[in-house]
Ligand binder design. Sequence first.
Ligand SMILES: Cc1ncc(COP(=O)(O)O)c(C=O)c1O
Length: 496
Amino acid sequence: MDVPLRLSATDMRELGYQAVDQVVDHLATLRERPVGGPSDRKEIEALLDGGLPIEPGDAFEVMSEAVRQVRDNIVHTDHPRFLAYIPGPSTYVGAVADFLASGLNVFAGQWLVGAGPAVMERITIDWLRTVCGFPATAGGLFVSGGTMANLVAIHAARTRNGDGHGHGDGDGDGDGDGDGDGDGDGLVYVTSQTHGSIRQGLGFIGFRPDQIRVVGTDAHQRMDVASLRKHIARDEHAGLWPTCVVATAGTTNTGAVDPLDELADLCAEHDLWLHVDGAYGAAAVLSERAGGLLSGLGRADSIALDPHKWWFQPYEAGCVLVRDESALLDAYSMNAEILRETRHGSAPLNYYDIGPQLTRGFRALKLWMSFKTFGLDGFQQAIEHGIELAEHAEKQLGGDRWEIVSPAQLAIVTFRPRVPGATKDQVDALTRRIAAGTLEDGFALILTTEIHGRPVLRLCVTHPETTARDIEDVIALLERLADEASRLRPGGSDPA
Ligand SMILES: Cc1ncc(COP(=O)(O)O)c(C=O)c1O
């Protein structure tokens, strides 16, 4: 008798083998193909929308169709010449781990049904906490990405500091808001360079705009400690409740690392929680070239990491580490009648108690398998490679055609064209046209960000297979696009 929703063992094997072939062929030929470009929604919908399938189809045809439709209609963020945003180079081992975690359908939310995976997650977290310089009291968990990692930590900070830490607000409940509701009106300190997902996400977890202070930055786009000190003094004087400083270890715009040691000193002085958004850059703690910049990382109260960025894992994988794991318990512990038996046994490890999800997949497996396969040495080499190539790019851009706006920092370099006699507006327009040109060309992707209100081109080099030659070819492309953009102007001689 046919069982609904089941394939035969033979078909399961064959489908799996074909899927592996598809992925391996794709990866083996990726660098020969374009990075990809923008898509037209109407066109794609016309192409892909076949209506709700009622009758069964052939699993092999369905898979071929899926591969074609996905592969041909994405920009490959794991392409060696994808140098925009934060790229997503991923290990094949990580992808296999995702398949295994799904295939075994691991429920990684509670001890009773997922003891082995819970311990493997704890071990993987332990590796990361060691690398980041956190003490053995630290704990954490895997979440969907950097956005969630930051929010999970900041909510823990608010709960911890609002829960009897004595920030006098006059009502004696220590929550700082005077209303006795226990969650407080704490203030969070960020900068203009803090990732947008944090500013947006703070609203999601209940912070009002007037609870967010935007601290000044220094000439290198780092949090200005003097400015932070002034903000805190002013807020304390006003009887408000400074709660959490959000530093960044590797800003998305320029790779800048806030002065973590100085911030840790200031936070200790004022009993403030120091959260470090290391979603992009904390991985560079493995690099001897860059490690010094991150020396204060281990002094934070919490750190957000993003294994799907510079830890080379497939999407999704974020990670939050908290110096004192009990802060996560305080913030997230869940007491539901249906979970009673999950508390049995010796020291059960229930991830629903330290994070916001009950049902959750086994994200830790991909990093566990990748660490065991490549060793920390492999990761270190791959990270070092990106930093070296960004420095190589900076050197190549050092001539008279480009102005370096921010030097290579944690594998990011920003720059703009030099055009003698051109106005700022003309240079800015040309900068944007060059980036748009890479989107149309497809050979490589280099986009813009803004620094001091002006567009800059930005390279972020984290792919272990990007070569010095790729960087040189990409710069040649940018120069060609700059020339073409200048030539396209009526009269030709107008630089923008
Ligand atoms: C510094 C930083 N923080 C947070 C995020 C958000 O992470 P995710 O996109 O994984 O949610 C990013 C993403 O690029 C980032 O660069």
